[in-house]
Design a protein around this ligand. Sequence first.
Ligand code: 13P
Ligand code: SF4
Length: 329
Amino acid sequence: MKTEWIEKGYVTESIPQGIDIKSEIRRMAKEKNAVIMAHYYTEGEIQDIADFVGDSLALAQKAAQTDADIIVMCGVHFMGETNKILCPDKIVLVPDLNATCSLAESCKAKEFNEFVSSHPDYTVISYVNTTAATKAVTDVVVTSSNARQIVESFPKDEKIIFAPDQNLGGYINSITGRNMLLWNGACHVHEKFSLEKILKLKEEHPNAKVLVHPECKGPIVRIADKVGSTAALLKFSITDSATEFIVATESGILHEMQKACPDKTFIPAPPNDSTCACNECNYMKLITMEKLYNCLKYEWPQIEVDPDIAQKAVRPIHRMLEISAQLGL
Ligand code: 13P
Ligand code: SF4
């Protein structure tokens, strides 16, 4: 591997002149029996070229079932790790290793391990947005699609640690009446939606429904017409009779919403710290067509997980998949 690639975290080769990058990506994927998966937050052209686009739960479920030899995860590092833990014998590629996640970073395994050890009588529930090492000290993993149902599958008086997203955890506490102990992590994208700007948009579009991801802060969640994972928000936008929506999650989801409902209007909710109209995850947007092309071509960067950690982390992920299957999620 070239030192420059290792230093940068992705293949830095330039794309050969005159090639049709889209058809080359599809040709290589077929030739290598690779499945290209993409999260809704990636660029629209990445979603369009993928074999499968989904939210965190659907991507994990798909990885667990695939018979491809190579999984190309167009998303962030923890998603690649989850795939590798579920499919240790497959090659798992993430086109840019710099695509991390502020939530996963906010829960370092060493500190989390100490916290968990100091609460021996607690069940540990971790959001999928965590590193493999954090999952290794977890009893059951959840995503935003199944967190409520999985928490409710435990007795009411179960002592629970919920990590790392304090906003999602606080939301689940509020709708279930639980009092889970929350780790104080947050997503830097979802935390910065502006309540004031959303309310102003609502005044300008009085018939618009407000769609909110539960990683957002409480005041934003409380004005929502629908709170849910990216997949749940997409489904609501398709099935609901409203024709205008203000969308408070990473703006990549608008691509699928607009594709599914060309006659409806989707307005991205703005962040509080800039004049930009929409709110993007800089990590997800690191995945480009060029990096996807190169990572398929050179089969690098590959995701590796320490076997000892993988052996511990696979248990809470399987538990999530089993409970989700039982609940029909
Ligand atoms: P979902 O995919 O569960 O909606 O979560 C969003 C997210 O932040 C993924 O990193
Ligand atoms: Fe992580 Fe937030 Fe980006 Fe999702 S949107 S990958 S939680 S930083």
